[in-house]
Design a protein around this ligand. Structure first.
Ligand SMILES: O=C(CO)COP(=O)(O)O
Length: 154
């Protein structure tokens, strides 16, 4: 795979996702960091998004609920380079009916070099990083090169 450098803008697009047993933790984290988060564009799976918006007054673009396709929507936005950060409080202690979608989302975040926080401590490190409010150069797969070499065999 060939890679290229792109710049994540100062204003980030942040995806917020919490499994049911971890939604309270996600909401508390959003309330705690409300001021910092308000400067960015927020997306979330359906239930998480409604709850975060209601309980923190943050503006959130709500996608479909996770088990009905929301994880896949966020994955698609990541592959279109429309998400810069993923805060995903997934549940390590309960099986999810849509486990393949959860894995797919985490896989795409790894493919596209997206910082991921799976718990409150990681999320704290991310939100307090100087890079959180600043433009950031990162490497991602060079799709133009990838597709050209697949099509032409060169
Ligand atoms: O299931 C989820 C992520 O895998 C979250 O979806 P909801 O926010 O709709 O509960």
């Amino acid at each position: 795979m060939q890679y290229k450098t792109v710049t994540a803008a100062k204003t980030k697009s942040i995806a917020l996702v919490g499994h049911d047993n971890r939604k309270d933790e996600l909401i508390r984290w959003c309330q705690q960091h409300r001021q910092k988060l308000a400067a960015h564009k927020l997306f979330a799976t359906g239930t998480s998004g409604h709850l975060v918006a209601e309980k923190s007054s943050l503006k959130v673009e709500k996608l479909i609920s996770g088990p009905l396709g929301g994880d896949q929507q966020i994955g698609a936005l990541i592959s279109e380079q429309k998400i810069d950060l993923l805060i995903f409080f997934w549940d390590p202690l309960a099986a999810q009916p849509h486990d393949p979608d959860v894995k797919a989302l985490l896989r795409l975040a790894a493919v596209w070099n997206i910082p991921v926080a799976c718990n409150q401590a990681s999320a704290d490190f991310i939100v307090n990083s100087p890079l959180f409010d600043r433009a950031y150069d990162k490497t991602i797969p060079d799709y133009q090169h990838y597709i050209k070499s697949r099509v032409t065999g060169k």
